[in-house]
Ligand binder design. Structure first.
Ligand code: SF4
Ligand code: FES
Length: 233
């Protein structure tokens, strides 16, 4: 594949055609902030935190999705891109419980987001779903990044147990016909929990520990108090 030369923040860089702006910037040691993007998931450009300015292009472009082109001039932290990021973070913080999302908290601080900018905003509120022995789902904390859906589908597990449900503000992650997790195709691989950036999906044991349940009680509940011993051969 042919190489492409472009400039990012006035620094020239040459990368293979098809490279995203995000990866080209990384090659120069520049980190464009991301939220929904994950190195092992298909990029869908949902959160728009990674927007950058490209000379001659009117809209801001999502760096995680947009491919480089010859002679492109990219600015990763123009005033416009930074204002856009800050507003996205402020809107997220106004509607979603980000208390267990340390990476997003860091972005809020780094981008000088005003956490009180939208005091009248309606917050997403859901009942915590505790319907299986492996993990809980607390969608008050969900930013709809779609990573869990993707690893459950074609990016990893091919089980397709979860997807978007609802529309607009009421959009959330759910199961087909709102079934409880054991009644879906879920195989409890835990990949969704592993990629969730906000604590919306949490291992059951971690949730129980946070609720003050002791390790002994958790072991008894999950193993019936029996120690597992290997049989002598
Ligand atoms: S549950 Fe977690 S991984 Fe799934 S969409 Fe919400 S924030 Fe993303
Ligand atoms: S990280 Fe690029 S759109 Fe979310």
């Amino acid at each position: 594949m042919a190489d492409i030369t472009l400039t990012i923040d006035n620094q020239p860089v040459t990368v293979p055609a098809g490279t995203t702006i995000l990866k080209a910037a990384e090659q120069l040691g520049r980190q464009v902030p991301t939220i929904c993007y994950h190195d092992h998931c298909t990029a869908n450009g949902l959160c728009r935190i990674c927007v950058v300015e490209v000379d001659g292009v009117r809209p801001l472009l999502p760096a995680c999705l947009s491919r480089v082109s010859e002679g492109m001039k990219v600015t990763t932290s123009s005033a416009r891109a930074e204002r856009s990021r800050r507003t996205i973070l402020e809107m997220l913080d106004s509607a979603v419980d980000l208390s267990e999302a340390p990476e997003i908290q860091k972005l809020l601080d780094e981008n000088h987001a005003d956490r009180a900018r939208f005091p009248a905003a309606e917050r997403r509120e859901h009942t915590v779903l505790d319907d299986n022995p492996m993990y809980i789902r607390d969608y008050d904390k969900c930013i709809l990044c779609w990573r869990c859906v993707q690893v459950c589908a074609d990016d990893a597990q091919y089980t397709h147990a979860i997807n978007f449900t609802g529309r607009g503000f009421d959009t959330s992650i759910g199961t087909f016909f709102d079934k409880s997790m054991p009644d879906t195709t879920c195989v409890f691989c835990g990949q969704c929990v592993g990629v969730c950036p906000t604590g919306a999906l949490k291992p059951k044991r971690e949730a129980l520990l946070e609720q003050g349940v002791s390790l002994d009680e958790i072991l008894q509940a999950t193993r019936g108090g029996q120690k597992r011993r290997r049989k002598p051969s």
